[in-house]
Ligand binder design. Sequence first.
Ligand code: HEC
Length: 461
Amino acid sequence: MTSISKSLASSALITLITFGATTANVASAGEPADCTLPSDWFTDPNGSDIPDPAELAWEINSQTKCQFHQWSWNAFLWAMQGVGDDLLRFETFPTMEETVNSNWNPKTVREEVKLSLRAGKTDHPIDSIAQAGTSGILVAQNNYPVYYSQHINPQMFEDIAGQGWTNAAGIAAAPQDSLFEIGDVEYKAAWAVVSSEDDIPGAYTRMASIPELTSSTVAGTYTIHVPENPTYNTKRVALVGLHIVGWVNGHSEAVWASFSPKEIAPIVGQTKDDRKPDNVVTETAGPFIAAGTTVADCNQAQTPVQRLNDDGQTLKLTTQVCQMFENGDRLPQDQVNNDSVNQVNASAAELVPSGLAAAGYSEVGAVWSNIDDENEWSLIQQKKLNVTFQNQLTGSTVLSNPVIETFTQTQAGADNCLTCHNSLQFQPSNPSIDPLKPSMLNLSHFLMQIYVDTAKGVDKK
Ligand code: HEC
């Protein structure tokens, strides 16, 4: 470098710094200096000013990471608002069964949601990805497994039903350029059995029907599962994780966000020293961790030695849950994103009225593609079809929710949402079901599960 260009460069740097110092709202790469939620969402303590995220979904213009985190919070707040009979809005939304039968009715008063077992992928018919290490059941410190439920928003229900994607034949016939609509949202909720309303600080609780479990030997392996016609018991459950996946303007791959009660699991640092096997992660016991847990004991599924107790409800071994990447970020690479998530969470902590169910939660992170496809099919086809998005991720690039993707947090090829949710050809594990061609629809396991379940129905001879 010549001395002239050197001095030009340094004066440019000085200008930049001065600019940064005098213009309060400009930080690195166009990010606002402080990523906050708009205070006018919270003028009513009951949350009636929280806008419908389908509206904000049109306003994203991919200029900043902050916008995506604001949208994620908007979608979460809206989903968590109380409606009708003390249910949260997302709980009243269509389930897979209601979608397959196209019988969701917005006026339905749901008495008790039936939950399924939250287990690793080997239990699930739609598994088409490497299975190593993912067959575990997450067991809380009270020895109960964690259960889950899935929903889609009414707009997405109309979208799916309107296109005839409620059965395998309809899904297989979808044209290659099919996309989900801006404003469509999918949810996956994780529920832990608790004995009282304040067992898990900050968590929303409700009553739910929990199936009794059974064990049997499947292909020579001891397996814990939900029997075909289970006995249900009513238990109090706490919402310990909520995935929110929403389609926003220019992002046909969706924004993949996740929320949990604040401090649901201790966060393990990312230096070599932090990750030494005998390092103690926490001295304090929590709902998903024992005091004194070491890095080596974090997130072990213990599948081969796990056993069901005689009550058909509790398991012998508990899981020690650790969050391996703060805000879903690989540090220091994702520092800008890390700051944005910290800021937006701090803003929510300050602004969300304490009477709202969302008040006890924080964003674990959100991930999406760095390519704004401008809703152009040719660009989507070129960049986003038939890919896993791994070389175009931005936001929280190693995002897992510690109580939903517990066992895959550090697994290469499964350490973020889009590794498993992508636009590659979909290959059902049951070889008698035809694969589906690469499609942006394949991102949705809700749809893929409908495909497998209804194809199986046809297949049963
Ligand atoms: C290891 C693979 C894997 C990873 C990683 C993963 N998922 Fe999933 N996801 C699944 C499977 C399989 C299902 C289907 C339901 C089930 O088996 O639990 C699913 C279901 C869902 C659903 C509901 C159904 C749907 O339409 O897709 C949502 C929402 C979801 N995941 C969001 C996320 C988010 C957000 C992340 C990242 C924080 C994530 N997933 C990471 C495998 C994965």
